[in-house]
Design a protein around this ligand. Structure first.
Ligand code: GLN
Length: 483
C-alpha cells in the first residue's frame, strides 16, 4: 500500500480494495518503525488521523468521489494546525499550539485528506539541508549519511521513504524543489500568490509560497487543485482563475518551445548532472519539443540579492517573537530588555540569528541604499530577464541543483557554500514565477532533479510537461533500498 501514489490510492479506495482507515493504520505503523532513523516527523497525530480516515470512509460510502478523500498526507511544521503544536522546528515555538488552521490546511481538510502529522524542516525555513532544526537533522533515505535537502527536508524524506504519498512544503528560495531533487521526488512551487499564505508562518514574505512534494506530477496536480485559489485573508493571494490541473496533464508536447539558459550550464555545475539534464532534453524532444539556447544574464547576482532581501524580510517578520506574546520566554528576566534579549538568544538557533543580524544590518540607516535598495533593483532585473525569455520560449529547463546531496555536517562551518547551492532555485522566487523539479536519473546511486520554470500562473503547463516526461520514463518510480 505504501508504494502507491495519490492517484492509485484514489482508485483503490473507490474500488474498495482497502479502506482509508486500513491505509492510515499501515502508514502509522511504518512511521513508528522507520522514522526513528530518519527523523522526518516532529509530531505524529495518530488519533486525529484515524478519526479523519473514519470520516473519509463514511463519505466514500455515501458516494462522495472527491479524489483526495482518504488520502494520507502530512504538513510541513510551519502551517498552523488548530490544537496541534506548530513549531517551525524552532525552540522558540516548541510550546506553541496554533489556535487556527492555515488556509492550506483547511482547504486540504475539506478535500478529505488524512493528516498524519507535522514534518521536520530547517528552523523557520532557513536552510537547504534540514540541519538547522531544533529537533535535529533529517536523514536522506537514499543514504542515511546525507542531507535530504531543505528546508522542506522532513516532507521530502517522509515521501521518499514511503511513509506518506505526498506532503505540503514551502518554497522561498528552493525549499520544495531542492529537497525534491535530492530525494527523487516531484516538487512544485507555484506562482507567488497562487496559494494563500494565511496561517503559514512567515520567513521572507515576498518570497514564501506553499508547495507540494509527491512522486508524480499527476499527484502534484491533485494537491495543487485543492490548495490553490483566492483567499481574502491574504492580501498577496491573487484572484486568478484556477485551472483544471489534472485535465491538462495529457496535452501533447508537440511544438513546445524549451529554453536552455546558457548561464545554467557553467563551471559550477557537476558535469554528471549536466549530462542527465541533457538526456531529459532529448526525451522531451522525442515527445515533440523544440529546444533553443537563451540567456538569463543576471543569474550571477541572484544569490547575493536573495541573501540580502530574504534576511531583511526575516529580521522584520521574526521581531514578533519577543518572549511576551507567545513562544519561548527566558527564566527570571531582570527587566524588559533582558527578557527580549535572553528569550531571543535562547529561542533562536545559530542560522536564524545570523539571518536576523544580516537583515537588520542591510535595513539599517546608512546601509539601506547600498544593500537593500540595490538588491531590490537586481530583483527587478532578474524578473525582466524572465519576462524577456518567455517572449521566446514556453518553458525554461535546467538543473535544480548544481551538486548532489552532501554529507550531514559538511557545510556546518561554511554558510556561504550552502547559500551558493541555491543558485538555480532562488531566481523563481525573486521573480515570483512557478517552478517544478522532477527526477531525471541517478549519479552514484543518488537522485538528480531537472527543473522546469514557467511564466506566471503556468502551473498547468509545468505539470503537463512533467507528466508527459513521466509517462515516458521511470525515474520517479525508484524507491530507496529498504523503504
Ligand atoms: N535554501 C534557501 C535558504 O536557505 C531556501 C529556503 C526556503 O526556500 N525556505 O534560504
Amino acid at each position: 500500500m505504501h508504494q502507491l501514489t495519490l492517484a492509485d490510492i484514489n482508485r483503490a479506495l473507490a474500488a474498495k480494495e482497502f479502506s482509508a482507515q486500513e491505509l492510515t493504520k499501515h502508514l502509522l505503523t511504518r512511521i513508528k518503525q522507520l522514522d526513528p532513523q530518519l527523523n522526518s516527523f516532529i509530531t505524529v497525530t495518530e488519533e486525529s488521523a484515524l478519526a479523519q480516515a473514519k470520516v473519509a470512509d463514511e463519505r466514500r460510502a455515501q458516494g462522495d468521489t472527491s479524489p483526495l478523500l482518504g488520502a494520507p498526507i502530512a504538513h510541513k511544521d510551519l502551517f498552523c494546525t488548530q490544537g496541534i503544536r506548530t513549531s517551525c522546528a524552532s525552540k522558540m515555538l516548541d510550546n506553541f499550539i496554533a489556535p487556527y488552521d492555515a488556509t492550506v490546511v483547511s482547504k486540504l481538510a475539506e478535500a478529505g485528506v488524512v493528516s498524519l502529522g507535522k514534518l521536520n524542516m530547517d528552523e523557520f525555513a532557513m536552510g537547504g539541508s534540514n540541519e538547522t532544526s531544533f529537533y535535529g537533522a533529517v536523514k536522506n533515505p537514499w543514504n542515511l549519511d546525507l542531507v535530504p535537502g531543505g528546508s522542506s527536508g522532513g516532507s521530502a524524506t517522509a515521501v521518499a521513504a514511503r511513509l506518506i504519498p505526498a506532503a505540503t512544503g514551502s518554497d522561498s528560495g528552493g525549499s520544495v524543489r531542492q529537497p525534491a531533487a535530492f530525494t527523487g521526488l516531484t516538487g512544485l512551487k507555484p506562482t507567488y500568490g497562487r496559494i494563500s499564505r494565511w496561517g503559514m508562518i512567515a520567513y521572507a514574505s515576498s518570497f514564501d509560497q506553499a508547495g507540494v512534494l509527491a512522486h508524480t506530477a499527476e499527484d502534484c496536480a491533485l494537491m495543487l487543485q485543492a490548495m490553490a485559489g483566492f483567499d481574502t485573508k491574504d492580501s498577496t493571494c491573487v484572484e486568478h482563475v484556477v485551472d483544471n490541473y489534472s485535465a491538462n496533464l495529457n496535452q501533447p508536447l508537440a511544438g513546445l518551445r524549451i529554453g536552455l539558459p546558457k548561464e545554467y550550464f557553467s563551471a559550477g555545475l557537476d558535469s554528471r548532472i549536466a549530462e542527465l539534464v541533457m538526456q531529459a532534453v532529448e526525451q522531451l524532444k522525442k515527445l515533440g519539443a523544440t529546444v533553443k539556447e537563451i540567456s538569463l544574464p543576471n543569474l550571477q547576482h541572484a544569490v547575493p540579492a536573495y541573501y540580502v532581501i530574504a534576511p531583511a524580510e526575516a529580521s522584520t517578520n521574526l521581531s514578533r517573537f519577543d518572549g511576551v506574546r507567545y513562544g519561548h520566554r527566558c527564566e527570571e528576566p531582570k527587566n524588559l530588555e533582558d527578557l527580549y534579549k535572553r528569550s531571543r538568544a535562547e529561542g533562536f538557533g545559530e542560522e536564524v540569528q545570523r539571518r536576523i543580524m544580516i537583515g537588520t544590518y542591510a535595513l539599517s540607516a546608512g546601509y539601506y541604499d547600498a544593500y537593500y535598495m540595490k538588491a531590490q533593483r537586481v530583483r527587478r532585473l532578474i524578473k525582466n530577464d524572465f519576462v524577456a525569455a518567455f517572449n521566446e520560449v514556453d518553458v525554461i529547463l535546467g538543473p535544480t541543483t548544481p551538486n548532489l546531496a552532501w554529507k550531514l555536517g559538511a557545510k556546518n562551518n561554511d554558510p556561504v557554500s550552502a547559500y551558493l547551492e541555491d543558485i538555480y532555485t532562488v531566481t523563481a522566487n525573486l521573480a515570483g514565477i512557478p517552478g517544478l523539479s522532477m527526477p531525471a536519473g541517478f549519479v552514484e546511486g543518488l537522485p538528480v532533479g531537472v527543473q522546469l520554470l514557467g511564466n506566471y500562473f503556468q502551473e498547468a503547463r509545468l505539470l503537463n510537461i512533467a507528466h508527459q516526461y513521466q509517462q515516458a520514463t521511470d525515474w520517479h518510480k525508484s524507491a530507496p533500498a529498504g523503504f
